[in-house]
Design a protein around this ligand. Sequence first.
Ligand SMILES: Nc1ncnc2c1ncn2[C@@H]1O[C@H](COP(=O)(O)OP(=O)(O)O)[C@@H](O)[C@H]1O
Ligand SMILES: [Mg+2]
Length: 409
Amino acid sequence: MAKHDLVVALDIGTTKTCCLIGEIDPAGKIEILGRGISPSQGLKKGIVVNIEEVVHSVEKAVLEAERMAGFDICSVYITVNGDYITSLNYSNHLKIGNSEREITEADLKKIIEQSKKSELFQGKEILHFIPKSFSVDGHNGIINPVGMLGNKLEMEAHIVTALNTILQNIKKCIKLTDLEIEDKGTVLHSLASSTALLTKEEKELGSILIDLGGGITSFVVFKHNFLSHSGILSIGGNHITYDLAIALRLSIQEAERIKIAYGSVNPGLIEDEQIEVNSLAQNNKIFISKKYLMEIIEARVGEIFSLINNQIENLKEKGIYLTNVVLSGGGALLPGILPFSRNILKLPVRIGLPSLFTGLPESYHSPIYNTVIGLLLYAVSQNNHKIYKNKSYNNNYFKKLINWLQEIF
Ligand SMILES: Nc1ncnc2c1ncn2[C@@H]1O[C@H](COP(=O)(O)OP(=O)(O)O)[C@@H](O)[C@H]1O
Ligand SMILES: [Mg+2]
């Protein structure tokens, strides 16, 4: 039997944790063997606030996926998100010192290693180090300088880092579930989403992927085929829910319900009508204006897109012009989001939806699953997946199954 590789993607979102076990056949085709979802608990804006709860959410999603696949997994790729993650464009140079000598792979390695040791990254872990371009003796725009003659090699890279102390807590939670994180397997949430969504042409011409999650909105910008900028705003769809709960005096659960059932960002387009809701204050049913509901939603969504627009304007000042915007995450499900965001960003906007792998049901065709799908594709692109040989159930599996059944009944 031909050997198949296995990759496991674990997206730890601010509202849900999602695990996909994918098998890659020798031709590179991906089939999903197991999937699991659990509500994310113990996290606040991407930061662990309760280890036990995070471990529980991860265990639940992983166990569900393992149960479906019929075997245990041992290592995963994970997503991380939160304002403890920062990114910057970093330049460095290396003196070759002899124009007769060709630049070698060893020179490239040296300039990258030197850069990683910069004091800028002290107390931080480098999640992504993406060399964007090189220049040799002042001639820039070189993609690969190996083999060229020159005295001075310069490199520009986009570097994404995470504060060590905070990142270690997420890593600890994964360890406590008996899982290992793959080498270079800690992936920026929005970068994972972009892997599933942005076309080669979009990455070349200049695009921004905006992931509208629960507690966080994050973005990545691609230009000339490279990740050139990334950023995180600590506002997301949950803030809309809290706004509704406070303004209309509703429970969080009721505010979320009416947001999903009646929310939109087209106030100009509708006739007003009254919606029946469960009031928290009066503990009975009251009527609220649908137009008022939309105004509250519009204020928050407007704030998010204005902040993103500031980022796009900053990029323009640096000579980086974008040609389109792709939306992802649960916030992209809000009716009216396309015209609303186009109006603020003054760019073409589309909602990103990747094609599904074999083994994924149609319910996964939603922007909320783009990240886990993208993470799996990212993992496959890393080319260091584990070879999977034996599909037999092991003891640990039965132990976990019993725990799982006890939890249900
Ligand atoms: N139909 C919808 N309309 C508006 N918001 C939605 C809809 N469905 C989900 N959301 C919001 O999307 C957010 C969750 O998005 P998701 O991408 O799953 O987040 P995360 O990755 O942070 O867990 C929540 O704030 C949720 O209320
Ligand atoms: Mg997400």
